[in-house]
Structure formats: C-alpha cells, structure tokens
Design a protein around this ligand. Sequence first.
Ligand SMILES: CC(C)(COP(=O)(O)OP(=O)(O)OC[C@H]1O[C@@H](n2cnc3c(N)ncnc32)[C@H](O)[C@@H]1OP(=O)(O)O)[C@@H](O)C(=O)NCCC(=O)NCCS
Length: 391
Amino acid sequence: MSSIARGLEGIVLTETRLSEIDGDGGRLTIAGFPVEELAPRASFEEVLHLLWYDRLPGAGELAQLRERLALLRVLPPSVLDAVRATARARLEPMEALRTTTAALALADGTPGDEGDAATLDRALALCARLPVLVAAHWRLLHGRRVVAPRAELGHAANYLYMLSGELPPPAAARGVETYLNTVVDHGMNASTFTARVITSTRSDLVSAIVGAIGALKGPAHGGAPGPALDMVFDIRERAARSGASLDDEAEAWTREAIAAGARLMGFGHRVYKVRDPRADVLDRVADELFQDAGDRRLYDDARAIEKVALRVLADMKPGRRVQTNVEFYTALVLHGAGLPPALFTPTFAIARTGGWIAHVLEQRAENRLIRPRVAYTGARGREWEAIEARG
Ligand SMILES: CC(C)(COP(=O)(O)OP(=O)(O)OC[C@H]1O[C@@H](n2cnc3c(N)ncnc32)[C@H](O)[C@@H]1OP(=O)(O)O)[C@@H](O)C(=O)NCCC(=O)NCCS
C-alpha cells in the first residue's frame, strides 16, 4: 500500500473552477476574482450566481434571483414548527441549524426528485432559508417573536433584520455582506469535502449540506471566531484588573495558553503559511465598521493583541509559520455588526452554503465515488471463542 497521508494533507482530490488558495503567496481567487476585489463590491446574490453559473448575473438575472430568494424566505409552517421544537429543546444554534436544515425536506415540493431542476430549486431554498432558520431559532430561544423577512431587503440585510427586528445600519449590512462573500468558498476544506463525499455516493443536496454543517461545527474549522473574541475580552479584562499594559497581559495570556498546550483561536491554517488574505479584507471592514459605530477601542486593542500573539507564536512555535487566519477578524466584523458570538459559526454556515452547493453541482457533473483506503494495524489470525470460554 502507498504511504499514508494523514489528514489527506497535500492530496489533490479533483479539479474545481470555484476557488484557488495560494498558501505561500497569501492569495485567494474566487471564480477568477481576487477576494479583495470581489468581496467588498459584490452582493451575496451576485456571488451565488458567479459560483453556480461561472459568470456575474446581468441586471435582469439578478432581479429574478433576488425575487426568487425573497419568496423562498417565507418559511412553510411545517418547517417553522421544527424551528420551534429546536428552541423548546434549547438546542444551541449550530445543532438547531443542522436539525432544521434537515427539516427543510418537510416542505420539499418534489421529494425524491434528484434531477437538475429540482436540485437547483432546493439550492435556492437552502440559501434563502438558512438565515431564516438561524434568526427564527435565535429569537425563539430568547423568548421573542419570529420576525418575517422583508422582500425589499437583500440577503445580508434581511438576516440582520430578522435577528433584531430593526433595519440594520447600512455599514453593518455591507460589513456582513462582505464577510459572506469573503468566506463563501475556500478550496477543499473539511466541510466542503464532506459535502463532496456525500454527493459522490449520489445522495441528495440537502444531505450534503446537513453533513457539511456538522463538519463546520467543530472548533478546528468554523468554531474559532467566538473563542477568538473571548481571548480579546479576557486579555482586556485582565489588563483592567491588574493595571498592567494590554501588551504585557497579552504576552502573559498567550504564553500561558500555548505552554498549556492550547491553540490560539484565529491563528494558524493548514494551507496558509503567511497571513490569510481574508484577514486583510475583514480587517478593512472592521476598521470601517468601528470607525462609524461600535467601540473603536476594541478594534485597536484587538490589533495590538494580534501583534503580540504573532510575536509569541513565532517565539514559542518557531518554524511553524502560524499566522493570523480569517477567524480573528471575522470575530471583530460580526461583533461590530451586532451579532452575538453564538451566531458566528451559523453565520459562517450561511455564507459557505453558497460554496458547498457550487461544489455539489461540480461533483454531480463529474462524479467519482470518493473512497480512500486505510492501512490496517489491527490483530490478525484470531480464532473464534465461544462466549462461555471468554472468561
Ligand atoms: C487551523 C489548524 C487546525 C491548522 O492546523 P494544522 O495544519 O493541523 O497544524 P498542526 O496541528 O500541524 O500545527 C503545527 C504546529 O503549530 C502549532 N499551532 C498551529 N496553530 C496554532 C495555534 N493557533 N496556536 C498555537 N499553536 C498552533 C501546533 O501546536 C503545532 O505545534 P507542534 O509542532 O509543537 O506540535 C490550527 O492552526 C488551529 O488549531 N488553529 C486554531 C483554530 C482556528 O483558528 N481555526 C480556524 C481555521 S480558519
């Protein structure tokens, strides 16, 4: 048997036209566009069209897409019942989202139809409804009424509106939209791989997305921004209590954490060995967001803590090239837009659904069952013993 590639590191699974990561150059291309060119300009709906059809939509196509998404945002009562059940059971947001995404099958107009047209209808329904599922669950969990979407609002603004019940400030809506575009697709990450594996068995789109949500839930993938923000708050609090400088407390905190074997959340990446280019895009968004509204001090403190953390990582993990990843600035942007940390990973899922679906469509078009092998290290030649003889 050939050598083992633990974590499938360095293995090229297939070809894609969706995104390319240059881990040493620190560049990300999304369907032909550098991420810094596309993300701050495009609407999320335009990015969906770009990924699924490999070109930006014309004005008529975009209007039609927005209209279809607006209609699909209205949740059927059976799905809303499922959301209520997850809130009653006090499921945390990612568990609730995984459960209610599966429950979208309750309102599938063409169950069992795996043809291309039915799959595209389901793709639109998934994109339209994931933010509604997250927002409705969050409000019910906190004893508030569900807020219906507004047809005239775009994807990002609607999400914020359904969460708060108020029209979001334009800078917050734009900030979240840029975030959604920035993280919509990213090569063969764990959740995208999961979606591809499920699709490769010729299973259906909803199963692929439910599986991908499960993979995204883990802290090594999509769960990092909440803890990254906790670290910033923790260090600030310690500095306020001790009277020491923020830099000194950041140094002590990060050293202690790494010495105890912990990982600094928002740092390190399997592919990027230089600064994650998405961190730069979101750094600019955070800078703008905290200029107008929010707590400017928090942004400045976070940047100071990042600097110290990078210095400590270089010192304690020499040669490992652990740099800032997208999650550090995700935390700042989403916090600045008024989202609670518990919704950071679900918001990531809302964005990545666009990329997951694009990969599912690619996988369906040129399918080959994904079926790696393992090297057996277990016992051999055992002989069967009757239960009475086993002691
Ligand atoms: C993302 C991540 C899982 C990638 O890890 P990976 O490619 O498997 O890297 P490895 O586990 O091989 O780590 C290599 C070395 O760098 C260290 N390292 C990597 N990321 C680190 C971090 N965030 N903090 C401290 N040390 C880190 C590891 O401890 C390891 O050190 P060692 O050689 O002394 O054992 C990892 O960097 C991490 O856990 N980061 C924090 C979580 C996070 O921000 N996730 C979001 C990713 S977008």
